[in-house]
Write a protein that binds this ligand. Structure first.
Ligand code: HEM
Ligand SMILES: [Cu+2]
Length: 602
């Protein structure tokens, strides 16, 4: 035994020395300065002159360039999206018939848990970070984030986080007793405290890492937006997307450390016999308070930036400026503040004092006001506009119409008497899926299409993009409208099977609605396959974008700063002198001086 350990230690030592040796021998790794990476003070990088990025895989592992990190976030989020999507298609297949047909309850529960956690923490937050990392510096005229290296570290905390969160699925087949967690995404105690399975601990640790990552990112965005704006960007003309990211970052700063603390308490309860959440001597309801004080702001952490994306993209294809810009900003801030005052609307049925319930109901209803302000501003922006139904615009319009259903169902739930009937039914699941799928994923897709030319220099296949939109839109509404109806029929959420007493609930109808919803889910899935094919094919072979204004935004005076940057980049590329361009030569675009930074390796 001791001999084995000694051998293992020696082996690890040799491995470490080998890695250190490899790093030391890597060409120039110390002097590697990615473009704009260190420009916060001098604006021209350090180490004298430019250095080219390393090629291939080393570039992606060492980059601190905000654009590269944005792409990394995007790829990571999309891998998670497919994982979460695969999990849910299995679940929907199981629910197409009432009994246990293709899996057992344990596996269903672990898919349910993985789906929720993955979509919210590994897809939702990172897909937003993908856009904010890539585009915020371009939109505010900064060379990079305020802390480029912290930016890279924040991203690199995520892959280990995902591996820990998913670990149970990889270790279950090994038969070593570490199974996927079955706690659902809310991790309610006492269930989550008492499930004796190390997979739960791994998941909690992984979640903790993603929270640290999000907090680091938020601090970076706040610092960037406060200190790195170009000379001509002030608070009054800061773009709407940056405003929503600034608000989101503030919410993250208050919410995620709280989740982190609650997770630690849960880990202590599980492993060190503390009793924070114990039924005797502690309180399971305490978990719900802590979780939802984080959890409700989290839903706005997820939805505010997509609202910002729509507020930015929708006017471009309406040929008009965003209507009531100031009010869109104010409503963003109002939602941000209010979102910390409504957490107990997730706990109406836990038996809290009716007077407290009433006040939480009032604040929850109040959130509908700034939400409606935004909706009316979007509609007014389109009113009498010159609408162009490109793929990004279709996704924006789909976003708004899904928000109407998602928001109004939320208002119903915020009313205590209604909630007491519908709580923990499929109605709640329908409500928040209209928001998370119908809004967050839709805005993400719209922005992906809108900025595809900037990121890849190519255009996507427009026809496939429209097919993608219609499959997603129809699929989303079939799937989640069926959920709302299922909720009214009394179908409880989180169940792997359903067998009602015919006198209480009509089993035949419930089964039909589940089947409808399963068909809808598969439509969404097919849509995403079309999208994946379009992205990959167009990235390699799509027609190159010749004009820096692929959307003809100049005609309407809507040529945004990120496209100005794109134009400057193209001009510098056509000018032929790579060295100068790579070093950040000054190029004048309409407005002010901006750095022409170009990726030298492309
Ligand atoms: C007008 C705005 C909204 C109101 C009034 C509202 C209200 C509510 C209420 C009262 C519940 C609790 C229902 C229950 O469990 O019985 C709920 C659940 C939920 N809402 Fe909303 N909501 C709104 C917008 C949003 C948005 C924008 C998101 C997401 C970005 C969202 C995501 C969720 C989620 C994830 C749940 C379920 C949590 C769970 O139990 O697993 N909601 N909403
Ligand atoms: Cu809430």
């Amino acid at each position: 035994m001791a001999g084995e350990q000694l051998a293992l230690t020696v082996l690890m030592g040799v491995l470490l020395v080998a890695v250190a040796g490899f790093l030391a021998r890597m060409e120039d790794w110390r002097s590697y300065t990615p473009l704009g990476g260190a420009s916060t003070i001098s604006g021209s990088g350090y180490g004298g002159g430019h250095a080219e990025k390393p090629a291939g895989i080393v570039r992606w592992f060492t980059t601190v360039d905000h654009k590269d990190i944005g792409i990394l976030y995007g790829i990571y989020a999309l891998i998670a999206f497919f994982w979460g999507g695969a999990a849910v298609l299995l679940m929907r297949a199981e629910l197409a018939a009432p009994g246990f047909d293709i899996m057992q309850a344990q596996f269903y529960n672990s898919l349910l848990t993985s789906h929720g956690i993955t979509m919210l923490f590994l897809f939702g937050t990172p897909i937003i970070a993908a856009f904010s990392n890539y585009f915020i510096p371009l939109l505010i005229g900064a060379d990079d984030m305020a802390f480029p290296r912290i930016n890279a570290i924040a991203f690199w905390l995520l892959p280990p986080g995902a591996i820990l969160i998913w670990a149970g699925f990889f270790t279950a087949p090994l038969g070593i007793g570490i199974d996927p967690a079955q706690t659902s995404w809310t991790m309610y105690t006492p269930l989550s405290a008492e499930q004796a399975n190390a997979g739960v601990d791994l998941m909690l640790l992984g979640l903790h890492l993603t929270g640290v990552s999000a907090t680091m990112g938020a601090i970076n965005f706040i610092a960037t937006i406060f200190t790195e704006r170009g000379d001509d960007v002030n608070w009054a003309n800061l773009d709407i997307f940056s405003w929503t990211i600034l608000t989101q970052s503030a919410l993250i700063l208050f919410a995620f450390p709280l989740l982190g603390s609650a997770l630690i308490m849960l880990l202590l309860d599980r492993n060190f016999a503390t009793t924070f959440f114990a039924v005797e001597g502690g309180s399971p309801i305490l978990w719900q308070h802590l979780f939802w004080f984080f959890g409700h702001p989290e839903v706005y952490i997820l939805v505010l930036p997509p609202m910002g994306l729509v507020s930015w993209i929708l006017p471009k294809f309406s040929g008009r400026k965003l209507f009531g810009f100031k009010f869109v900003v104010y409503s963003t801030l109002a939602i941000g503040v209010l979102s910390f005052g409504v957490w107990a609307h997730h706990m109406f049925s836990t038996g809290i004092d009716p007077r407290i319930r009433a006040s939480f109901m009032a604040v929850s209803l109040a959130i509908a006001i700034p939400s409606a302000v935004k909706t009316f501003n979007w509609i007014t922006t389109m009113w009498n506009g010159k609408l162009r139904l490109t793929a990004p615009m279709l996704f924006c319009i789909g976003f708004i119409s899904n928000f109407v259903i998602g928001g109004i169902t939320g208002v119903f739930l915020a009313a205590v008497p209604v909630d007491l009937i519908l709580h923990d039914t499929y109605y709640v699941v329908g409500h928040f899926h209209y928001v998370v799928m119908g809004m967050i994923a839709f805005a993400g897709m719209g922005a992906l299409y809108y900025w595809f030319p900037i990121v890849t220099g190519r255009m996507y296949q427009r026809k496939l993009a429209k097919i993608h939109f219609w499959l997603s839109m129809i699929g989303t509404n079939i799937t989640f409208f069926a959920f709302l109806v299922l909720g009214y029929l009394g179908m409880p959420r989180r169940y792997a099977t359903y067998q009602f007493d015919g006198a209480i609930a009509p089993l035949a109808q419930v089964t039909t609605l589940h089947q409808i919803s399963t068909v809808g889910a598969f439509l969404i899935g097919i849509g995403q396959l079309v999208w994946a094919w379009n992205m990959v094919q167009s990235w390699y072979e799509g027609p190159e974008v010749e004009d820096a204004d692929p959307w003809n935004l100049k005609d309407d005076g809507m040529f945004g700063r990120e496209f100005q940057w794109f134009e400057a980049q193209k001009l510098a590329a056509d000018g032929g002198d790579d060295e100068v361009a790579a070093d950040g030569g000054e190029v004048k675009t309409d407005g002010g001086h901006r750095k022409a930074v170009r990726r030298v390796d492309e």
